[in-house]
Design a protein around this ligand. Structure first.
Ligand code: HGY
Ligand code: MN
Ligand code: MN
Ligand code: MN
Length: 423
C-alpha cells in the first residue's frame, strides 16, 4: 500500500560513512600484530579485546547489550511492541589467520551504525531490532565454524564441544575464558525462544561478481554447502637413494596426482562448484625416505544440489584411481560443514525493493562463502545483502570494500528491515 511505501521511502536513514570508517579503523587495530594482515582468531587475546570494544560501541549506539550463554554479544533497540517477533541482524568479528578487515566486521559495524541512525532520527519500529556479534564464525582448530550461531540455533552438541584441537585442548574448555561453561553454551536458546520475524545479514561479497556486474548491492539467493574431506594416502617407506623408480609405492606422488584430480572436478562443475586442496601433510618425513604416508585436506562447495552429491562420489573414485596408479592405499573421512541454503524469497524481495528505494543498482548472486545466516535460517526467514569486494579478494590482507559502498549497504539493510517491520 502507498502509505507503507512512502513510510519506507521517507525513512530518515543516512548512514555515516565517516563513523563507519572510524569504527573500521579502531576495530582493525585490535588484531594480532605478529601475523600478516589482520588476525583476530576465536578465543585469542585480540578477539577478547575486540568483543569488549564491540559491546561498548553497541552501548554507545543506544543498544541494550548482553552476552548470551553461547558467547554471542546481543544488543537490543526496543521497538513499540517488545512482544512482537524481533528483527535480527549482525555477523561476526573474528577473522581467519592473516585475514582482512571487512569479512564479518561490515555486518556488525553496519548494524551498529543502523541503530545510531534510527536513534538519531527518532525512528521507532514496531519490532525490537536485535544486533548480534556471533562468536567464532570462521573455521578453527576444532574444525567447526559458526560456533555462536550454531549454538543459539540448537545445532551445537555436547559431542561438538568435546572435540580437541592439535594441542589436545577441549573446545568446551576454551569458553571458560569468556566465563562460559558447556552448560551455558548448550542452553543458550533465546533465538528459539523469541523466534525472530526475520534475519538479514550485511556482508562483503568476498568474490568478483558485483564488481564485474557494476552492481552496488548483492541480493543473496543461496549460500553454498560445504563438504570437507581428509584423504590419507598410505604407501611404503623406502630408501630414496636406492629404490628403483619403477618399484615404489610413493604416497606423495599419489597425493600429487589426486590434487590435480580435485582441481579438475571443480573446473568441470556445470553451474556452480569449487574444489580446493588446502593442505598436504607428509608428517615428519625424513629427507632421504620415499614418503609412506601423506594426508590431504580438501573442501568442496556448491549451490547446485544435483551436482554436489554426485561430485562427492566421483571425487572418491578419481582419488582412488590416482592412488591405485602408484599402488598406494587411500582412506577418506568426510565432514559436512553445512548444507546448501536457499534464502527466503520474501526477504530477497524486501532487499531488492529496498535497494530500489535507495536508488542502488542490485544483482542476485550466490554466496560461495558460508555465513552465520546458514544456521539462523533454520529458525526464521533469512536473507543476506552483499556489498562489493575490491578485485573480489577476501581472507587476505588485500581484502577491501569502499566505506561508501558499506554505507549504501547499511541504508539498504535499514530499508529492508523497515519493510519487514511492517510485514
Ligand atoms: O569459510 C567461509 O566461507 C567463511 O568465510 N567462514
Ligand atoms: Mn564472514
Ligand atoms: Mn570468512
Ligand atoms: Mn642410510
Amino acid at each position: 500500500p502507498a502509505d507503507r511505501e512512502n513510510a519506507v521511502k521517507d525513512l530518515p536513514l543516512n548512514p555515516s560513512a565517516d563513523r563507519l570508517a572510524t569504527d573500521l579503523v579502531e576495530l582493525s587495530a585490535l588484531s594480532d600484530r605478529d601475523q600478516p594482515g589482520w588476525s583476530r582468531e576465536v578465543f585469542g587475546e585480540p578477539y577478547r579485546e575486540a568483543r569488549t570494544w564491540v559491546a561498548r560501541r553497541m552501548q554507545d549506539a543506544g543498544l541494550e547489550v548482553s552476552s548470551d550463554g553461547a558467547g554471542n554479544i546481543v544488543g537490543i533497540l526496543a521497538g513499540n511492541s517488545p512482544g512482537a517477533p524481533p528483527l535480527v541482524t549482525g555477523s561476526h568479528t573474528d577473522t581467519v589467520a592473516g585475514g582482512g578487515r571487512f569479512d564479518g566486521v561490515v555486518g556488525v559495524l553496519g548494524a551498529i551504525e543502523l541503530a545510531r541512525c534510527l536513534r538519531e532520527s527518532g525512528t521507532k519500529w514496531t519490532r525490537d531490532l536485535v544486533v548480534v556479534d556471533f562468536l567464532g564464525e570462521e573455521s578453527n582448530d576444532w574444525g567447526l565454524s559458526c560456533l555462536g550461531s550454531r549454538a543459539v540455533a540448537g545445532e551445537l552438541s555436547a559431542a561438538d564441544l568435546s572435540r580437541v584441537d592439535r594441542a589436545g585442548v577441549l573446545l568446551g574448555d576454551r569458553y571458560q575464558q569468556f566465563d562460559l561453561s558447556v552448560d551455558s553454551v548448550l542452553s543458550a536458546d533465546w533465538l528459539r525462544e523469541r523466534r525472530p520475524h526475520a534475519y538479514v545479514e550485511l556482508h562483503i561479497e568476498q568474490g568478483p561478481l558485483l564488481e564485474r556486474r557494476r552492481a552496488q548491492i548483492g541480493v543473496v539467493t543461496a549460500i553454498a554447502g560445504i563438504q570437507r574431506l581428509v584423504a590419507t594416502f598410505t604407501g611404503r617407506p623406502d630408501h630414496a637413494g636406492t629404490r628403483p623408480m619403477d618399484d615404489r609405492r610413493d604416497a606423495m606422488v599419489a597425493a600429487a596426482r589426486a590434487v590435480l584430480a580435485v582441481q579438475q572436478l571443480g573446473c568441470g562443475a556445470p553451474t556452480h562448484g569449487v574444489t580446493t586442496v588446502t593442505n598436504l601433510d607428509a608428517g615428519t618425513a625424513s629427507p632421504n625416505v620415499v614418503p609412506a604416508s601423506v594426508q590431504m585436506k580438501m573442501e568442496m562447495r556448491s549451490i547446485d544440489r544435483s551436482w554436489f552429491s554426485a561430485a562427492q562420489q566421483q571425487l572418491v573414485g578419481d582419488i582412488a584411481e590416482q592412488a591405485a596408479r602408484e599402488d598406494v592405499d587411500v582412506d577418506f573421512i568426510w565432514t559436512n560443514d553445512n548444507e546448501i541454503l536457499d534464502t527466503t524469497l520474501a526477504v530477497q524481495n524486501a532487499i531488492s525493493g529496498a535497494a530500489e528505494n535507495a536508488g542502488r543498482s542490485w544483482v542476485a548472486v550466490p554466496s560461495g562463502a558460508t555465513h552465520d545466516a546458514v544456521h539462523i535460517a533454520g529458525i526464521c526467514p533469512t536473507g543476506m545483502i552483499f556489498v562489493p569486494s575490491k578485485d573480489g579478494r577476501s581472507h587476505c590482507p588485500e581484502e577491501w570494500s569502499d566505506v561508501e559502498d558499506i554505507a549504501a549497504g547499511v541504508e539498504v539493510l535499514g530499508r529492508t528491515l523497515a519493510q519487514l517491520d511492517r510485514a
